[in-house]
Structure formats: C-alpha cells, structure tokens
Ligand binder design. Sequence first.
Ligand code: DGL
Length: 270
Amino acid sequence: MAVGIFDSGLGGLTVLDAVAERLPDLPLVYLGDSAHAPYGVRDADDIYDLTTAAVQRLWDEGCDLVILACNTASAAALRRMQESWIPTDKRVLGVFVPLIEALTERQWGDNSPPREVAVKHVALFATPATVSSRAFQRELAFRAIGVDVEAQACGGVVDAIEDGDMILADALVRSHVDALKRKMPKPEAAILGCTHYPLMQDIFQSALGDGVSVYSQASLVAESLADYLDRHPNMRGSGERSCFLTTGDPWQVSNRATQFLRRKIEFEAA
Ligand code: DGL
C-alpha cells in the first residue's frame, strides 16, 4: 500500500514530512534525482525524460500512485505524461492543483467553472523552468478569474540549498523578493512554487512583510492526498516498505537530508 514521492533532489522531503504526519500508517517511498538536480534550468524534453524514468522506478517499487513533489516536473512534464504515457492502472499527481484549490478557496477536486476570488495580486516564486512553462497561470485560469500573477524565477536558490549553503540561499531569496516587489509592489499572496522553498519560508515571509500570506505546498499536498486516497482507496499500491532512494551519492545525500529535516534519514542507491 505504498505511495511514491518524487523530487529532483531534497526539496520534496518537505512534502514527505507533511504526508507522513497526515497519514502516519501509509508506507512512503521517496525518490530524489540528486544526480540530475537542479531540474529548474533544464529544458522540457530533458525534464520529461528524467521524470518518466524516476516515476517508472517508483512503480517498480510497488507505488501505483506517485506524487510529483517537484513543481518543475509538474509544470514541464506532467501534462504530457498524462496525455500519452501513464497506463490506466497508475496515477501521477502534481503539486500545483492543491495549492491553487487552496488559493481559490475550493474544495479538493472541485472542477466547477472559474469564478471571482478574494485574492487579486499573487506573487509566484519558482524555478526558471516552472516560470517559463506558465503552468501555474494555466491551472489558475481554469479556476479563477481576475487574478494578476507576477512570477519571479529564483535562479540559484535550489543549487544553494542542495549545496547546503544557506547563507547564499538567504541572500538570493531576499534579492528575488526585491525584484518581484519592483514589478508588483503590493502582492496579497505569495506562492512558494518550488518544494525547496519551504526550507526558506521564514526568509520569504520576512522579506515580503507580515501583510502577505505565504502559501507553502507541503501541508496542502498532504491534505489533498488524504482526500484523494479516501475517494480512491484502490490507488494504494502493493509496496509495503518505506524507504529513501537517490540517484546521487547515498552518503552525501543522507547527510544533507538529515541536516535539513533535523532527524536521521538514510538514503539507498536507486
Ligand atoms: N524542487 C523542485 C521544484 O519544486 C525543483 C528544483 C530543481 O530541481 O530545480 O520545482
């Protein structure tokens, strides 16, 4: 009954932690493609090839349902995968929709036509590939009208986090927030559209100011997964064991992961 969680590297651990807290009895298999991170500077074909290979690996591990806990993969590859690649007995879900459902105050899975919503000015912080895909704006347009989105591509932040250089990550976040504010001086809400960014959430909030609601995905994805599994209990796969897999160096990745989540995490080679 395992569910797979995929990210390009360590960022998806923020989602894994929230899912493990919400669904403590659900075995989870995490796969981080650290050998190929960051995805945010790759082109869409490259992201598609890497993401499909990783999802196949999680299916082989008995996870019929895989969460792409990576906005870049969700933005650049998920639609193409759903159109032509995923067999009918498997599911792959992205991380944009739960976030947009929360922002537009919808019930999980509400597919009614787009409507006016309270929030009008939204800042999106994401990787260059996510920003250029415009997937967030496309998904938002299916659900809300009249929302102005200003996107800021946060180059360098993921690399700094993966390298454990939090001083550099802090400085980069502040400069990306400044750049966003020059384009949109008063956002009402800010979306952290990359799973690495919750690790910097306090810095985003302090640079944006208290008046801005910062939406971070981890707990929203966990809530919507719980709802999805209630509605589709057959999508709990056959796998029984929880584990952490990496395409990178397991020793190095385990050390970084332990440092980020402040609890011992041991990765195995994927
Ligand atoms: N953490 C991923 C995301 O949510 C991707 C970061 C990267 O590999 O560039 O977008």
